[in-house]
Design a protein around this ligand. Structure first.
Ligand SMILES: NC(=O)c1ccc[n+]([C@@H]2O[C@H](COP(=O)([O-])OP(=O)(O)OC[C@H]3O[C@@H](n4cnc5c(N)ncnc54)[C@H](OP(=O)(O)O)[C@@H]3O)[C@@H](O)[C@H]2O)c1
Length: 337
């Protein structure tokens, strides 16, 4: 298939910028439209000098008609914003890949509880496909609207789903202790993300009410066809990027290290971006990559799983490109290094 045109809305955000970097190296696409919220239109390379000579397109406030000249529209927009624009593009038959949370949760009441407002596009919610290729590839292939997974959910679901589905661990008492770098919160300024506050600091937040909790429970519940209700405790650490989770789970019965490894291998043998280790993985090995690395340690009763990703790549923009590749029947790893 020849090249397609893509648009990136929210181009100046952390995920938008990363998406553009990946798309510029993708052999099958041409970026033909970008937008953000700007006082004055400016070339992208004047906003981000490292794009000089690579992308000099003008970045202006969103013009829906111009954006719709692309075949694929990436929405790197805040939640509560994506669903205002997605319907326009879907009505025109475009492929929409939404990086926000607006189309991830099936239950609009849960959406309201965690995102604070009524869902504004219940119609299209029904056709949204959760873009986690390792589990939903057949649906992704036919999708017009991708709900690209959240960063914490991506690594949490990939780490837990095979073992839950195979009945290796109990559904009860699963605890995810998660640590994220600062880019996970987006580029906006806020006191908590101020250098003086963040540097040499470490803090837990939203230990019972993080917005990614219902997403993790929903998707693990779907994969395992059971109700999942786990504990998710996120932490903010003074790093630029990356997420590492430590999961505490109880074994249903005694099981060998090798048996657990072979369960993971069975699920991920055709997944180019999941690597299963026989030691505990570390963050530096996944930064700037689309990999999710998983390892574990085992005692008689308990299993500790460690998973890590780059939040801006496998946790957002890399996964969005992986989904586009699947929709267009290209190599899943095209442009992803
Ligand atoms: N950061 C991550 O690690 C990560 C991971 C997975 C998913 N996500 C999700 O991906 C989305 C983007 O995240 P991000 O970290 O890139 O956020 P961000 O850094 O805050 O960027 C948001 C972008 O959207 C633009 N924007 C804001 N309000 C808008 C509006 N009303 N209309 C049009 N454009 C608007 C912003 O423009 P200005 O900058 O000019 O205001 C900016 O370009 C979010 O929904 C986030 O939850 C983020």
């Amino acid at each position: 298939m020849k090249n397609i045109k893509v648009a990136v809305l929210g181009a100046t955000g952390f995920t938008g910028e990363k998406l553009i970097e990946i798309l510029l190296n993708h052999p099958k696409v041409e970026i033909n439209y970008i937008s953000a919220v700007v006082e004055k239109a400016a070339s992208f390379s004047s906003i981000f000098p490292h794009f000089k000579g690579k992308l000099d397109l003008i970045c202006d406030n969103l013009d829906l008609k111009k954006a719709a000249s692309a075949d694929v529209i990436f929405l790197s927009l805040p939640h509560r914003v994506s669903f205002l624009y997605a319907p326009y593009f879907l009505d025109k038959g475009k492929v929409v890949i939404d990086l926000s949370a607006d189309y991830r949760l099936h239950d609009t009441k849960v959406y309201k509880d965690y995102y604070g407002i009524e869902h504004k596009d219940k119609n299209n919610l029904k056709q949204a496909v959760y873009g986690l290729p390792e589990f939903f590839k057949p649906k992704i292939k036919k999708a017009k609207l991708i709900a690209n997974p959240g960063c914490y959910p991506t690594v949490s679901i990939l780490s837990l789903a095979p073992l839950l589905k195979e009945g290796i661990i109990t559904k009860d008492d699963i605890i995810i202790d998660a640590k994220s770098g600062i880019t996970g919160a987006g580029r906006k300024a806020a006191l908590d993300y101020h250098y003086a506050h963040l540097n040499q600091n470490l803090k837990a937040y939203k230990v019972f009410g993080h917005q990614h909790l219902p997403e993790i429970n929903q998707v693990l519940g779907e994969i395992t066809k059971s109700k999942i209700d786990l504990q998710f405790s996120p932490h903010l650490v003074p790093m630029e990027r990356g997420i590492l989770i430590t999961v505490y789970a109880k074994l249903k019965k005694k099981v060998s290290f090798k048996a657990i490894q072979s369960v993971y291998k069975k699920y991920y043998q055709n997944a180019p971006f999941v690597r299963v280790f026989d030691c505990l993985p570390s963050l530096k090995d996944v930064i700037q990559t689309n990999y999710c690395d998983i390892g574990f340690a085992l005692s008689e009763k308990r299993l500790v799983i460690v998973g890590c990703i780059d939040n801006l790549i496998k946790g957002a923009s890399g996964q969005a490109v992986q989904n586009m590749n699947i929709i267009f029947d290209w190599d899943e790893a095209l442009g992803l290094g």
